[in-house]
Design a protein around this ligand. Structure first.
Ligand SMILES: Cc1cc2nc3c(=O)[nH]c(=O)nc-3n(C[C@H](O)[C@H](O)[C@H](O)COP(=O)(O)OP(=O)(O)OC[C@H]3O[C@@H](n4cnc5c(N)ncnc54)[C@H](O)[C@@H]3O)c2cc1C
Ligand SMILES: Cc1cc2nc3c(=O)[nH]c(=O)nc-3n(C[C@H](O)[C@H](O)[C@H](O)COP(=O)(O)O)c2cc1C
Length: 611
């Protein structure tokens, strides 16, 4: 039993809370009290709003500012993890989203850690655009005396791999800051490399500060003196994430396109009953797919492998066939695969292509080709399953915008999936996850899923705020969720949807539902752009230009503008169309129009979810 503390006089608690806590403390053993202290530390951290900069307890040493630029949440999660680890090491660390980082904040920073992904075609995430621009502008301050390190996230199948991380790293050095650790350019399998990098960077700062006693009471481990963290709570709910997905039962899977369409877009309904998963309109569902068994067999046959050979996968040794089905990307080519396979095959052509100076030739070779093309063109005798899996990267989850609102469909998740199928280099190709969902997930079977939050694609908190939604193809999915949510919550704000697809007759996704929303007055206005119904292609950006006067008027009245869908063609064209509209309707110069759009973005009134 612990000695009674005079909490009513020594704490900020109300006298009632102080009395209750004093009473509880009297009954606790020291072990129980230690456990509760760890539990509360974790509880408080988890209760902090996700978008707030998480301040650290003052523990001495020069404070570290960890700034992240993230679109789909990976860099944000790593930055938060780095902040957490810094605090466990007794360092002072603050984690800030680039979207909330004001240029003037850079002045006081002495230790800067940047964690950023790359999006678009080598551009910063939308939320990091201002930060990136400011750093590269003439207004950026000199940074002599600042110690920095940059962690880049990307995907090596893109031509501009980790470009934003590279640019920021270079720029910080140009501004006079001192790089204390080499930049890491992490591919989609980033966990191990990123964790090692974070350890090394924080290790540097710890060493620089000299020995200090960690003050935070959350310490990993169970040895003597270790304080348990909040996670071992015996009744804590199971958390479903990419590593521990929830098996969601398929309730519905129907093709939305009409007969004769050259597209297959599926509406898929999944049951989340019992998952304890919550989501908001704007979030995505992560799907852990399996590879096409025909492709698995084709690879095994092409390389004369033994499908039963035990190989390492997911922390265990399992038969090669299962490993290729569930654990490795067996279609997408990466520069790393081509380099390793080129060496094994002693293929001069592949070796030349993977030389650093031949990046554009390498990208041209990779376009439309897959692993099966390479192993067929350059066969290797006796490669073995283990050697093959060491060359492949881990199978990645795919994200799908949630097309339902939990307010309308509690315990369900609806998706709108465009099934990827195309021909290239003489072969028929199938997208891994979209054909897994379309062809191999029958009704009543389960699909492993988790929720990927997107705090940068949110309905306005005030339901009376008008919204304009621009969605092309499957980009309309989150707007179905938005409208359901606005209907269920009785939000009074006006809703305008601008939808684009190929053909009115076959590709008007969810046509009846929009008509119902119009009839019920939920949808105040709808405009459509069917690109292939007339000789001249018409896209959503053309509708935006055409309806510019009304769009400008809505925005002037405080509307929020949302854009979802294709990142390469639609999003930049739409952005340009909006600039045109502001020039024309607002009498702005090009520069003022660009600035106006940036201001809307900063105020979270212009949000994009493009892929
Ligand atoms: C935040 C977010 C939300 C998303 N929401 C949705 C959504 O709501 N609905 C949806 O359908 N998708 C959505 N996606 C895309 C989705 O995650 C997958 O990328 C998509 O389904 C393809 O995955 P796959 O495994 O089927 O194809 P993969 O096996 O990953 O193959 C796709 C690759 O094939 C190649 N390829 C595709 N077409 C061609 C072609 N014609 N010629 C040559 N090469 C080609 C490209 O390299 C492409 O990257 C979203 C993505 C993100 C990041
Ligand atoms: C639409 C889109 C475009 C992307 N463009 C690039 C790119 O040009 N270069 C790159 O290295 N990675 C690119 N990526 C990969 C992301 O950087 C990678 O998935 C990263 O882990 C995302 O981190 P985030 O969730 O913090 O944004 C792109 C991803 C998406 C979805």
């Amino acid at each position: 039993m612990l000695a009674k503390l005079d909490l009513a006089h020594t704490s900020p608690l109300t006298s009632e809370h102080a009395r209750q806590l004093d009473g509880l403390l009297e009954t606790l053993s020291p072990e129980e009290a230690i456990w509760i202290s760890g539990y509360l530390a974790g509880f408080v951290r988890r209760a902090q709003p996700a978008n707030a900069a998480s301040a650290a307890p003052a523990t001495g040493g020069t404070p570290i500012t960890i700034v992240y630029g993230s679109e789909t949440g990976h860099a944000a999660a790593l930055a938060e993890r780095a902040g957490e680890l810094a605090r466990q090491k007794g360092l002072t660390a603050t984690v800030v989203d680039t979207a909330d980082f004001r240029p003037q904040d850079l002045k006081g920073v002495k230790r800067l850690v940047v964690v950023t992904s790359t999006h678009g075609e080598g551009s910063p995430p939308d939320t990091a655009a201002d930060f990136y621009e400011f750093l590269h502008s003439r207004k950026a301050p000199r940074l002599e005396g600042v110690k920095f390190a940059v962690l880049g996230l990307g995907d090596s199948t893109y031509e501009h791999f980790c470009q934003t991380g590279k640019d920021i790293d270079k720029r910080l050095q140009e501004l006079g800051a001192e790089r204390i650790h080499a930049r890491a350019d992490c591919d989609v399998d980033y966990e191990d490399q990123a964790n090692e990098w974070i350890e090394a960077v924080l290790g540097f700062f710890s060493k620089e500060d000299g020995p200090s006693t960690p003050k935070l009471s959350v310490v990993q481990g169970t040895g003597a003196g270790a304080v348990p963290s909040a996670s071992p709570h015996p009744h804590a709910a199971v958390v479903h994430d990419a590593k521990n997905p929830f098996p969601a039962t398929v309730l519905e899977s129907i093709v939305l396109n009409g007969r004769g369409s050259d597209k297959e877009t599926r509406h898929i309904e999944l049951s989340l009953e019992g998952a304890g998963l919550t989501y908001e309109p704007g979030d995505s569902l992560g799907v852990i797919p399996q590879n096409d068994p025909d492709m698995v067999e084709a690879l095994i046959e092409a390389l004369k492998l033994d499908g039963e050979e035990p190989v390492p996968a997911g922390g265990a040794e399992i038969p090669l066939r299962e490993a290729l089905t569930r654990h490795y990307e067996i279609t997408a080519l990466t520069p790393r695969f081509l380099e390793l396979y080129g060496n094994a095959a002693q293929a001069g052509k592949l070796r030349a292509l993977t030389a650093a100076e031949n990046r554009s030739e390498l990208m041209a070779y990779m376009a439309g080709r897959q692993v099966i093309d390479v192993v067929t063109e350059f066969p290797v005798e006796g490669l073995g399953g283990k050697a093959l899996t060491e060359m492949l990267r881990r199978l990645q989850p795919r994200l799908y915008s949630l097309a339902s609102s939990p307010a309308a469909y509690p315990d369900e998740a609806h998706l709108t999936v465009s099934v990827v199928r195309y021909d290239s280099h003489g072969r028929h190709r199938k997208g891994v996850a979209s054909t897994y969902l379309a062809e191999r997930c029958d009704l009543d079977e389960t699909v492993p899923v988790y929720v990927e939050r997107n705090k940068n694609f949110r309905l306005p908190a005030d339901g009376s705020t008008p919204i304009i939604m621009v969605g092309a193809g499957t980009g309309v999915a989150p707007f179905r969720a938005f409208l359901q949510h606005r209907q269920e919550t009785g939000a009074a704000g006006r809703n305008w949807l601008i939808f684009g697809e190929r053909r009115f007759r076959t590709d008007f996704l969810y046509q009846l539902e929009w008509q119902r929303f119009l009839k019920d007055g939920v949808l105040s206005r709808m405009d459509v752009a069917f690109s292939r119904d007339q000789e001249k292609k018409v896209y959503v950006q053309h509708r935006v230009l055409e309806k510019g006067r009304d769009i400008y008027a809505w925005l002037e009245e405080g509307a929020h503008l949302y854009v979802c869908g294709d990142a390469n063609g639609m999003a930049p064209d739409l952005h340009a169309a909006l600039v045109d509209v502001f020039q024309r309707e607002g009498g702005m110069s090009r520069e003022q129009a660009e600035d106006h759009l940036k201001t809307l973005q900063r105020e979270k009134r212009y949000q994009r979810d493009v892929y």
